[in-house]
Design a protein around this ligand. Structure first.
Ligand code: CTP
Length: 210
């Protein structure tokens, strides 16, 4: 099968030297790409800026902003049977990017932000994707409630949730601990393990669910 995987953060420029981003390292998405390739699948990996080397056998697209990631997914998703949206997409970008470096001329500075396109939320509608759709949810409270809400709202078959309020797993760590929520109401907890192992288990779970 062909897997499309998004990974890493996005980076939203404020001016030529500054940006808005988040702590995503890309490790979970890259681990999923490695695991899918090792299981004999084809992979298109669309990644924001990270310091990881993409798997050699993957088709690799490097992007920076949420809009670029949106455009890359739009151009690639038709060939995928499975789409996994693991990227930590910045929800907002600055309304108007400054052409010149912003000088610290006043004591306070207000930035107007506008919403970025929801890439996963566009899969079923704008992209017309009919394959197996996997979303991720990084939550700090009410993990199960928010995860099930996102699964339904974004038309996912599987929603993988992790609790990012914990300092020992998740964002920028080697290990993760997640709960996979299925569309039929089942849930599969994957206990704490290296992201490489969580990646292999998730690929097995996806294969078993199709
Ligand atoms: N996602 C996306 N495009 C966005 C925002 C999120 O594709 N602009 C995807 C992420 O890759 C993830 C899922 O949507 O698979 C959930 O992301 P998350 O940030 O947890 O959810 P949001 O929909 O942004 O909701 P909120 O920030 O309000 O919790």
């Amino acid at each position: 099968m062909h897997f499309l995987i998004t990974a890493g953060p996005t980076r939203e420029p404020i001016d030529p030297v500054r940006y808005i981003s988040n702590h995503s390292s890309g490790k979970m998405g890259y681990a999923l790409a490695e695991a899918a390739l090792a299981a004999g699948h084809e992979v298109t990996l669309i990644s924001g800026p990270v310091s990881l080397t993409p798997p050699e056998k993957a088709t690799f697209l490097s992007v920076e902003t949420a809009q670029e990631m949106f455009d890359a997914v739009a151009s690639q998703i038709a060939k995928a049977e499975v789409a996994i949206f693991c990227a930590a997409v910045a929800d907002y970008r600055v309304a108007e990017q400054a052409d010149e470096k912003i000088k610290k001329s006043s004591d306070t500075l207000t930035l107007d932000l506008v919403k970025n396109p929801d890439i996963l939320g566009s899969a079923r509608g704008a992209f017309g994707f009919n394959g197996f759709l996997v979303g991720f949810a990084a939550e700090t409270t009410d993990v199960e409630k928010h995860a099930i809400g996102k699964l339904e709202k974004k038309g996912c078959d599987l929603l993988v949730a992790n609790d990012v309020s914990r300092s020992d797993i998740g964002f920028d760590h080697q290990e993760n601990e997640v709960i996979a929520f299925h569309r039929d109401g089942r849930k599969t907890p994957l206990p704490r393990a290296l992201k490489s192992e969580i990646g292999r288990e998730l690929i097995r779970l996806i294969e078993a669910s199709i």
